[in-house]
Design a binder for this molecule. Sequence first.
Ligand code: IDC
Length: 345
Amino acid sequence: MKLRKKRLAVMAAAAVLALCQIPSLHQMAEVRAEIRQEQPAAPVQLHGALQVKGANLMDEKGEALRLCGMSTHGINWFPEYVNYEAFRTLRDDWKVNCIRLAMYTDEYNGYCSGGNQEELKKLVKNGVQYATDLGMYVIIDWHVLHDQDPNVHKKEAISFFQEMSSLYQDQKNVIYEICNEPNGSATWDGVKRYAEEVIPVIRANDPDGVIIVGTPVWSQEIGQALASPLQYDNLLYALHFYAGTHTDWLRERVETCASQGLPIFVSEFGTCDASGSGGNQFDESQKWMELLERYHISCCAWNLANKAETSSVISAGCQKLSGWSEADLSESGKWLRNYFRQAGK
Ligand code: IDC
């Protein structure tokens, strides 16, 4: 009997000890929350497929969503920055949710001017894959610039977007930007005619895919799109600004068009002047950001490269292709990272 009592006492003590070591349900919930905090859900997992309602880009649940991200430089010129770790750095350190893959159509061995089309498409596909693996939104940008009028390479654009949209019809994160910046002789009527041929090709594969359409005068003439919009759903019109060149007068145009319901996407902007160089104008850039925030307008900054120009976000001397510290960034890079980090909170 004595022995039995002793054994019982030992067992009870062991049970108490064991209980002390087992984390309570509350503690376990805390641990799970900590793990979740360390690995926040990726943007696409959180927001799902995109849609455009009125002037707003929205997520799958119908909540306004602002995409903020970085545009590559021309992938024909700086292909090395299209890499998984670079995009991961941008997602995790810069807190951006979107990457724009800029593929020049004309200059720098562009897609329609002697560039290796298969290699360029491979780069785009790799870029989309990295963004997809990281749960980021990704814009496929047909980067019309020196060619001025998107109709110049319309045939190539149609077959390019036919292929891309058939590849990505089931993905929630791919956005098609069908002409970066019509300029020179390109008119809004001409851009509309081009869009009316390219959009149905995309829509035949990807009926709900979000599409961005550039506007004349280097994507500044959004007023013309407001006056004569395209008749498709899930469309946004591109407005581009460079803070050293485009100031109050262009902000007023954005305000007018956005308040009248035009869906706008700033698929490219810079903190310097329109040449991509010159001094940074951070006060003007700040004014732009306040306006974009007020109207929930998405934006991608130009450019992810280490070219010796103000708009490149990596310092000219830095050879790293990912994992940049603040010291590796140019002045515009530091400002943009800072902005995105606070906007992405
Ligand atoms: C610039 C690049 C620069 C390149 C130049 C010409 O920053 O390195 O030499 O193109 O091809 C745009 C264009 C974008 C321009 C940028 C700055 O979309 O391609 O990049 N810019 O000039 N629109 C307004 C400014």
